[in-house]
Design a protein around this ligand. Structure first.
Ligand SMILES: Nc1nc2c(ncn2[C@@H]2O[C@H](COP(=O)(O)OP(=O)(O)OP(=O)(O)O)[C@@H](O)[C@H]2O)c(=O)[nH]1
Ligand SMILES: [Mg+2]
Length: 312
């Protein structure tokens, strides 16, 4: 059944694509199997992520980008990622509403992924869905993620081009992003430039972003609901994502590093949960019978013997 779905996906069947994504969301084993099978299929679509704080206008901008790209006959897949829990309220509904006019366009495929359904880590699913959309023949794959934290950085590793969307009057928020996505974005957008204060954000960016491997990240000012103001952004997207040098190797290095650390982390946590020795070490350290350095050395020796030497 999976084989048949994959064939249909390859032929551009979006119902099959939708079904296969749902299966992959629920079943990790099938997900890995599908990805291993399609791995050698070259990535032909341009992968772009839009990230930034809540409410800056990411969905509004993507909606404009969609109309510009589809008017050129391009096929576009959109992935809406909501890392917030169902308790704090997600934005997916609002995002869908903002892109509603494209919902019936056969050139556009929109899919939402929420953390609530994917507690094991949303960025893992996102990267696999991107791969599948590329296999389905999309010319562009656009990912929207809310926030500027770890998830945004991880998603940016999978994309050719990452766009950080900001807006005027962001105050201290912008300073708080310093170590994260602010340093890795390829294009900076100051949306809502109809509101006063865009110059302040621009000045801050100019001071804090530098040239990377020959690419000077541009700062583009936009007004989300004004199509002509978004045209220069689309030009920059095309320029950056088609450059041979969009630092893809460097991004894949970041991706593999995160995936590897996750893998080791998982093994180590599983080991700690099961290990009776761990409980003993806890008691020993708590009662000053052993120092914590020795405890860790002993624990690692057991981890190496019991887990690492038995791993594939
Ligand atoms: N004044 C002004 N408002 C805008 C502009 N672009 C978008 N908006 C408004 O800003 C609000 C948020 O826009 P969204 O596109 O939903 O923002 P978002 O970043 O996708 O929001 P989340 O997905 O919740 O993080 C909406 O009410 C938009 O109409 C703009 O350029 N200027
Ligand atoms: Mg949105």
């Amino acid at each position: 059944m999976i084989e048949e779905l994959m064939d249909n996906v390859k032929n551009g069947d979006t119902i099959a694509l939708s079904k296969l994504i749902s299966i992959m969301e629920k079943d990790e084993r099938t997900r890995k199997e599908v990805i291993k099978k399609i791995f050698s299929c070259p990535v032909r679509g341009k992968i772009i992520c839009f990230t930034g704080p809540p409410g800056v206008g990411k969905s509004t901008l993507i909606d404009q980008v969609l109309s510009i790209l589809t008017s050129e006959g391009k096929k576009v897949g959109v992935i809406l990622v909501d890392p917030r829990s169902p308790y704090t309220g997600g934005a997916l509904l609002g995002d869908r509403v903002r892109m509603q006019r494209h919902a019936t366009d056969p050139h556009v495929f929109i899919r939402s992924l929420s953390c609530a359904e994917n507690p094991e880590g949303i960025s893992r699913i996102v990267k696999d869905v991107i791969k599948l959309m590329s296999f389905a023949g999309m010319d562009y794959i656009i990912v929207e993620t809310v926030g500027t934290g770890q998830i945004a950085v991880e998603v940016s590793f999978i994309c050719h081009t990452s766009v950080l969307v900001l807006m005027p009057n962001m105050g201290d928020d912008i300073q708080m992003m310093k170590a994260g996505i602010l340093e890795v974005a390829d294009i900076y957008v100051i949306n809502k430039s109809d509101i006063e204060g865009a110059e302040l954000v621009e000045a801050y960016l100019k001071e804090n972003i530098g040239k990377r491997n020959g690419w000077e990240p541009p700062i583009v000012k936009t007004i989300g609901y004004n199509r002509s103001s978004v045209v220069p952004l689309v030009e920059k997207l095309e320029e950056h994502s088609s450059r041979k040098n969009c630092r893809y190797d460097e991004k894949i290095k970041g991706l593999l590093t995160t995936m590897f650390l996750d893998h080791v982390d998982e093994l180590a946590l599983k080991f700690l949960k099961k290990s009776e020795d761990f409980e003993e070490f806890v008691k020993d350290v708590a009662n000053c019978r052993m120092d914590y350095y020795t405890a860790i050395e002993n624990l690692y020796a057991k981890f190496k013997k019991e887990v690492l030497s038995n791993e594939g």
